[in-house]
Design a protein around this ligand. Structure first.
Ligand code: GCU
Length: 348
């Protein structure tokens, strides 16, 4: 579907979706319904629509739902948020367009999506750029460091980046057997997010990178169109990929990053009072998300192991050596180098 057709159908279908979204998701792990979310949305005078590609069990859904509830309270019901999970409003590439044209207000999109609009975002998608979730969060929600970057899409795309949610550490998982070295990935089709850097990264790790939207990965693994994918433990479980790719090999190649984006006209048009409430509640939201992330990652590993998934360590030095050359290739401008330095110094 073209973005325009999609936008039109989204606008036409949104009120029906407000009732249906939470019980009729398209992802493989549909949740149990979200009547509390709908009630909270109905109570707010203006309900912001937020597109998410995760299930209702995912930490991002939970933290964003709480964000909406706190925002409604803080603004005396002037502003609320309805989260549409499971790609109900489209995959992330569509969500990006829809937030730009204002048919959807907010979305969570992966760093790979923003890289297509401004290369500077690729710095935070470089393998090994962050050494931990803690140092990543210090940098990506510090507007002294990222303020200009986050406003950089306003005039070109009408999109403002509000801040970041961690994706945790990403590793490779396959249906064929454990991976120990880059040589083990030779000839294997590994799904990646659709961006030049994501493709280069997995190719450098020895595999044959296959870009694809998130929601298509389960079926592609099941049918053998791909041999594996790379993601964090939480998505491995909530998307049920563990059922069709049992070997999770801890390559730990990237501490991944999601962004909350908002339509710039809407954001810059908020009253000073509502904007202050939004900023304050967002700060509480990413803090809650980071805490949930650690607990849910441990839980996901337990769930996966109980279901028969096998986790293994890899030859970390061999993967590092394969990935290191990408940094120099992707750091070209002074702005990019400064963002990289900020990420590195947060680790110390
Ligand atoms: C993670 C991330 C998503 C992203 C997905 C992917 O789950 O949180 O935003 O879309 O990876 O690999 O596509």
């Amino acid at each position: 579907m073209s973005p325009k057709t999609l936008a039109a159908s989204v606008v036409a279908g949104l009120s029906a979706l407000a009732l249906a979204a939470c019980s009729a998701g398209t992802g493989p792990a549909t949740g149990t319904g979200n009547t509390a979310g709908s009630t909270q949305a109905a109570a707010a005078a203006k309900t912001l629509r937020l597109s998410l590609n995760q299930t209702e069990q995912h930490p991002s859904f939970i933290a964003l739902k709480h964000f909406g509830e706190r925002l409604a309270t803080a603004t005396n019901g002037r502003l609320g948020i309805q989260v549409y999970p499971n790609e109900t409003l489209g995959a992330q590439a569509e969500a990006l367009q829809l937030v730009g044209d204002g048919s959807v207000d907010l979305a969570i999109v992966s760093g790979s999506q923003l890289e297509k609009l401004n290369q500077d975002f690729s710095v935070f998608n470089l393998p090994l750029v962050f050494d931990s979730v803690e140092s990543q969060m210090k940098v990506v929600n510090n507007l002294d460091v990222v303020g200009d970057l986050y406003k950089s899409l306003e005039s070109s795309n009408q999109i403002t980046v509000v801040g970041g949610f961690t994706q945790g550490t990403r590793s490779v998982y396959t249906s064929k057997g454990p991976v120990n070295t880059p040589a083990d990935l030779k000839g294997q089709k590994i799904r990646v997010q659709d961006s030049p850097l994501a493709i280069a990264m997995v190719d450098a790790m020895g595999a044959s990178a296959t870009p694809m939207a998130f929601g298509e990965v389960y079926t592609a693994l099941q049918s053998g169109v791909i041999d594996g994918a790379e993601n964090n433990e939480v998505s491995y479980v909530t998307q049920k990929h563990l059922e069709v790719a049992k070997y999770f090999s801890r390559t730990n190649h990237l501490v991944g990053l999601d962004y909350l984006i908002i339509n710039s006209g809407l954001f810059n048009g908020l009253s000073a009072e509502d904007r202050a409430a939004f900023d304050k509640e967002w700060a509480a939201t990413f803090a809650e998300h980071t805490q949930l992330w650690a607990a849910e990652t441990d839980k996901a590993v337990q769930t996966a192991e109980a279901a028969g998934a096998k986790f293994n360590e890899v030859d970390t030095a061999a993967f590092r050596a394969a990935l290191e050359p990408l940094t120099a290739q992707y750091l070209k401008t002074d702005t990019q180098k400064a963002l990289y330095e900020a990420a590195q110094s947060a680790a110390n």
